[in-house]
Every structure is written in C-alpha cells, then in structure tokens.
Design a protein around this ligand. Sequence first.
Ligand code: SAH
Ligand code: SF4
Length: 390
Amino acid sequence: MTMDTHNIEGHAARFAPPQAPQDGPLNLVGLTLEEIQKAIKALDLESFRAKQIWTALYCHGLRDFEQMTTLARPVRQKLADHFFIGRPEIKAMQKSVDGSCKWLLAMEDGHEIEMVYIPEEDRGALCVSCQVGCTNSCTFCHTGTMRLVRNLSAAEIVMQVMIARDELKDWKVPALEKRKLSNLVLMGMGEPLFNYDNVAKALKIIMNDSGLALGRRKITLSTSGVVPMMERCGRELGVNLAISLHAVSDEVRSRLVPLNKKYPIKDLLQACRNYPAASNARRITFEYVMLKGINDSMEDARALVKLLRGIPAKINLLPYNNWPGSPYEGSDEKTMQTFGDYLNAQGYASPVRSPRGRDIMAACGQLKSASVRSPLLSSSGNREAVEPGI
Ligand code: SAH
Ligand code: SF4
C-alpha cells in the first residue's frame, strides 16, 4: 500500500456510509450473487434460489416478494420476513424542456442526492451520484459548495439505476426495442475514485450480464484526477474514463480543482497514458469547462493539444453552467467556437456540447441538494474543513 492509497482508504473510512442494522431486515439490492447465496443459506434455503432472486431483482425489477411467483409461497414469506428490496425515496422530480429529468432522492438516513436522465435520439444516459455532496471543492462547481458529505454505499448507487428503470418503465423492453437507459455516467454528485470500493462493487453488479447488464463500454467514470486509483479502476472495472482537466497549467488548475495540488497535471497525464482500458478505439475523454478569461485563450488551446499528444484522447468542451453565487463567468460563444475550431483542425473532434437540463439546474456541476440545510453531520464535511481532496 502506498502512502497515497493509504490516505484514500482513510478518507473512505471517514466518509463511510452508515452500516446496515444487524437486527432489522436486510436490503437485497447491492449484494453480490455470492452474498445473496450466503444470506439465504443462513435461512436454510437452497442456493439455486439466489439466482432466481437475482433475476427477479435485476432482470424484472420486482419490488415485492409476492410477485416472485417462481418461488413457493412459504419461501416468499420467509424472504419477506428477513429481507427487503430497497429503493430511495423520490422527493421531487423535474422535467426539462429538452426532455432531461432530474430526481431528488432521499437515502434511508435522510441525506439527499440528485440523479439526472438525459435522453438522446437512439439512447439515453443516466447520470448517477456517488457521494452526498463532494469531498472535493472545485471552485466552479455547485456540488463542491455542499457542506454535508458522505460516501454512498454500493446499494445506494445500484438503487439509482433501479429506480431510474422503474421511473422510465424500462424493465420489460421488447427484444428489438432499445432501452431508454442504455448508458451510465458517473458524473453526478461526488468524486467516484474517493469512494472506490463502493463504486466498484456497484459497477460489478450493474455490469453483470445476467442482471442489469450495462456493459463496461456503456459506462463512463469521470474523475477530477485521483491518480493513485486510476490504474486499478481501469484494470478491475475497465470502464471508459473521463478526466476533468479544465486547465493546462498547474497554477490555473490548482485554482479550479484544488486536488491538483496533490496530483499535478504531469502525474495525471502519466496515469492516463497508463490507463489499462484506453486505446485508440476507446479514448479517454478530457473535459474542459470554458471559463471567461481563465482558461479560454488560444495559448491555452495550443498548450492543450501539446499536453495530450500521445494519449488516445477526445476533448469535451463544456459551456459553463452558472449557479447562484458562482465566482466565474462562462466564455462567450465566439471564443468557444474559435477554441473548438482550433482543436478540430488539430484532429480532435470537439464539438462544444450543448448543455442539457439547464432550466431545471440539472446540467454538469449544478447539482446540489437541500441536504445542506439539514443539521445532520453538519461539522464533518464543509468546504473549509476539507483539505484539497484528502
Ligand atoms: N466529480 C467528477 C464528476 C462530476 S461532474 C468530476 O469532477 O470529474 C462532470 C463534469 O462537469 C466534470 O468535468 C466537472 O468538472 C464539470 N463541471 C462541474 N461544474 C461545472 C459547471 N458549473 N459547468 C460546467 N461543467 C461543470
Ligand atoms: Fe466534486 Fe466533480 Fe464538483 Fe469537483 S467538479 S467538486 S470533483 S463533483
């Protein structure tokens, strides 16, 4: 264990989600197949039942043991006595004029997170959160201003996909029809690589072929640059990687993404070069939010191309999504166009992404729930108290 991974493990422990109570019923969602097997064995049920339960949960989206008609009635009763099939509580839902939807979800302990669905013509992406708030404090991001923070459990991450399937009526889809939820992006609230164990467990469940079956090529994990966890993420999960780069010098990037002080650009790009799941066919996405007068000059554009040389890369130029009290302003359209044209000429197809769901504050970096006003945990994770990153 290196010093850095040791620190990250300490961070994970400090912001750990609450443990499931020992005496009450156990949530089956978020358990691996092996864990379900173990749990039902303790009840003297045959181990093949585990696969039946798994199918009911993850292929059919059943929420009630009574609906599991492949199981005999006494078995269903026994399951209902000891387990439950969890979902977060939907506190609010908003729909944008562009069809995007945002849900405010409450966890069992009352903490709230946001989740966004972005439909496109032939597919749809669900943007999930992996922390309540964020343990980072990027200065341009609304989530980074949230005071209350804890990691989400694997169950809480998996349950976002499941409740989205419920809401989108996306469980029973005729074979030829495309699913509404075809892609998953870890780009909601939180830094996924600071919650690696829960994220990894959740993704393994979500990727399982005989369950939710969202393949690793359909999943993109966005990180602000937790360098020591990147190799493991590529090796164990093999998902697409997106890097929140946003600047070409350490001086500017450290101002925008304080974690850069710990893991500077050079180390970050080396970790990208070494990322096991990247290739020319599966490029790493570099996200670059365009901030007026900060990172949007032609000099920046040229330096960006130079920096990314040799890395299988795509660049996503993000228009800045403003929020009340933000210290930044987005670049104007002409500047973004010129910047994008230069990158295109250099071989990077980099359309300026049109933001989705801005009218309902669902666009990148705008998520922030009302949890901040709750008195729970109020001293543990505020912006001032949290060191850059860890
Ligand atoms: N925490 C992860 C994923 C979250 S957000 C990360 O930082 O990578 C997805 C993208 O939106 C990130 O690139 C993030 O830097 C960017 N973003 C944050 N605030 C934004 C804002 N106000 N406008 C536009 N993009 C923003
Ligand atoms: Fe956290 Fe990402 Fe926002 Fe930074 S940009 S504060 S890492 S959610």
